[in-house]
Design a protein around this ligand. Structure first.
Ligand code: NDP
Length: 257
């Protein structure tokens, strides 16, 4: 009998930046659908708290400290996960940072740090999980873009370069690794209430209300809004879906004005 469409029992997921925000929302969804989850991040305290959350909902959890821009560490993390659980089926390359400035203000190292985390990081993660997915007979790769993958937002130069780039990288992975039964898709979140947007919400007068007014759903997104899409893209339900970039934005991208 084939596996039910949304069932992740027996599957193992690696969620980078799974220790908070959208990553934790997706890790919780994957865990609830039956997957074992390995979450990574740089902050040990946040990792511990997130692991406790996930364990409280009955999940089999592993934590890994590591920076996604460190290619050697990323490969070691993938090996550690496969060593602990015996396989690695799902990658959620979610870890990301932002640095808001006008284009003329960025120093070279600031530009580079955003690209290192948001674009190099997911690419290294995909390279690291590939042999494990190939061995398992297939896999699911989920990357995270943004509204900045689509729109030209004045204070988001390196962020937009990384989030536009990751959509293209995802399409490349989807076509290159289709022969290995690996599907790769990108999620484009709208405006979500997390640590990443907290400073902007505080510093930019009127931002909170403008987002609510511009979003047909009439609210900011919540990390919980990403559980369902993560399960869909990680499960057999999406076996014929690959190379897409799916907005999860309360309709932000379809609002005309
Ligand atoms: P958070 O800041 O809440 O979470 C980001 C996570 O990434 C943290 O858990 C952080 O953990 C981890 N992280 C950051 N840098 C690194 C690194 N170099 N190596 C390893 N882990 C790292 O932000 P969000 O949950 O909002 O963001 C998650 C993703 O969603 C990002 O890719 C972001 O760009 C994207 N996104 C978010 C939107 C929003 O409105 N919030 C909108 C569009 C896209 P630690 O600090 O422990 O390293």
């Amino acid at each position: 009998m084939s596996q039910p469409a949304f069932d992740l029992k027996g599957r193992v997921a690696f969620v980078t930046g799974g220790n908070g925000g959208i990553g934790l929302g997706m890790a919780a969804g994957l865990a609830d659908a039956g997957a074992a989850v390995a979450i990574s991040g740089r902050d040990a305290g946040k990792l511990e708290a997130a692991a406790a959350d996930l364990k409280a909902r009955g999940a089999d959890v592993m934590t890994l400290a590591g920076d996604v821009s460190d290619r050697d560490r990323v490969f070691a993390m993938a090996d550690e996960i496969a060593g602990r659980f015996g396989r690695l089926d799902i990658l959620v390359a979610n870890a990301g940072i932002n640095l808001r400035k006008r284009p003329e203000e960025y120093e070279a190292h600031e530009w580079q740090s955003v690209l290192d985390t948001n674009l190099n990081g997911p690419f290294f993660c995909a390279q690291a999980v590939y042999p494990h997915m190939k061995k398992a007979g297939g896999g699911k790769i989920i990357t995270i873009g943004s509204m900045a993958s689509i729109f030209g937002i004045p204070k988001l130069s390196p962020y937009s370069a990384s989030k536009g780039g990751i959509v293209q990288v995802t399409r490349v992975l989807a076509s290159a690794w289709a022969e290995d039964n690996i599907q790769a898709n990108c999620i484009l979140p709208g405006w979500i209430d997390t640590a990443l947007t907290r400073k902007a919400r505080h510093d930019i007068e009127g931002l909170h209300d403008r987002v609510v007014a511009r979003t047909p759903a009439g609210r900011w997104g919540d990390p919980k809004d990403f559980a369902g899409i993560a399960v869909f893209l990680a499960s057999p339900a999406s076996d014929f879906v690959t190379g897409t970039a799916i907005p999860v934005d309360g309709g932000y991208t379809v609002q005309a004005g």
